[in-house]
Design a protein around this ligand. Structure first.
Ligand SMILES: [Zn+2]
Length: 302
């Protein structure tokens, strides 16, 4: 795979890929923002930085703990002895990466969900705040709640805003329908916060860098709303479990998924059900030892 450093500001670059990785320099030291999927990607990143910049790497700033963002950490940290900076709860998962599949399964995970797409190699972390200057650098962390536990964006002093997984490419939205979200209300607030930001460049991890973020934010808002309403509509035929809902939507829209992907999609279905219940549109109940969801009769419409 061809890799290149693309310059976005005086001291800021990014490396386009399956996961866009950020790079920043200050006082002759380098900083990576996320590291891609695995050892191999970590090795390629180091090779590229060595050839193009030749500056010692001081730290990796991780936006969150999903494997496709921290997978290169272990290799890079071993090679360069750099630090890894991330928020407390994401950091705990970065040091104990078996927690990622455990969260999906809610018990010690089985091997089929422990592949490198879910469980990265662990790395040693130093905690940072989610809304403050990052250590003694001119970088700033900005909270981006919605996608994961305590995900941050990273702002550079030359006007680049790395957006982690707050927004996805419309092609990904159309293909997968469910993009991982654990908190829908927060995701909407995050979209609005990003839209009102005055950065020169916005760099989502899973969409091309852009200078105008409004269209992408609009498409993501629309995509999220589509999933909420599809789940609500699925319940018009009667109560369903979250597994029933996913099966119904998955077969209707021909979505392919293995065990890990199915559990990730269930996370999203769960988040939308929480959001719908907060909006007083659905409610849970237990019947025959199954947790079912039904539409709520809206008092105003009677
Ligand atoms: Zn990601």
């Amino acid at each position: 795979m061809f890799m290149e450093l693309k310059r976005l500001g005086e001291r800021t670059w990014y490396i386009p890929g399956r996961v866009n990785v950020g790079y920043y320099e200050e006082n002759d030291k380098g900083y990576l923002i996320d590291t891609g999927l695995d050892d191999d990607y970590g090795r390629k990143l180091l090779k590229l930085l060595d050839a193009e910049r030749g500056v010692p790497l001081r730290a990796i700033v991780n936006t969150h703990s999903n494997a496709d963002h921290i997978g290169g950490n272990a290799f890079i940290q071993k090679r360069t002895n750099c630090e890894v900076w991330t928020t407390r709860i994401e950091g705990i998962l970065t040091e104990r990466t078996a927690m990622e599949p455990l969260l999906l399964w809610s018990a010690w995970p089985f091997k089929e969900i422990r592949g490198k797409f879910i469980e990265a190699k662990p790395s040693k972390v130093t905690f940072i705040e989610n809304a403050a200057p990052i250590m003694d650098t001119a970088l700033t962390a900005a909270p981006l709640p919605g996608h994961y536990l305590d995900m941050i964006g990273v702002k550079t002093p030359d006007g680049v805003f790395f957006l982690a997984d707050a927004l996805f490419d419309p092609e990904i939205l159309a293909k997968y329908r469910f993009c991982v979200m654990i908190d829908i209300a927060s995701a909407y607030r995050t979209f609005s916060m990003i839209e009102s930001d005055e950065a020169t460049w916005f760099v989502p991890c899973h969409a091309p860098a852009t200078q105008d973020i409004h269209e992408l934010a609009r498409q993501n808002r629309e995509g999220l709303l589509w999933v909420t309403e599809a789940i609500y509509d699925a319940l018009s035929g009667g109560p369903m479990s979250r597994e029933d809902i996913l099966s119904h939507l998955g077969t209707t829209y021909s979505l392919e998924m293995d065990a890990a992907h199915l559990l990730l999609n269930l996370t999203s279905v769960s988040a939308h059900l929480t959001w719908l219940s907060e909006e007083n549109r659905v409610e849970p109940f237990v019947e025959d030892c199954r947790l079912l969801w039904r539409q709520k009769i809206n008092q105003n419409s009677i």
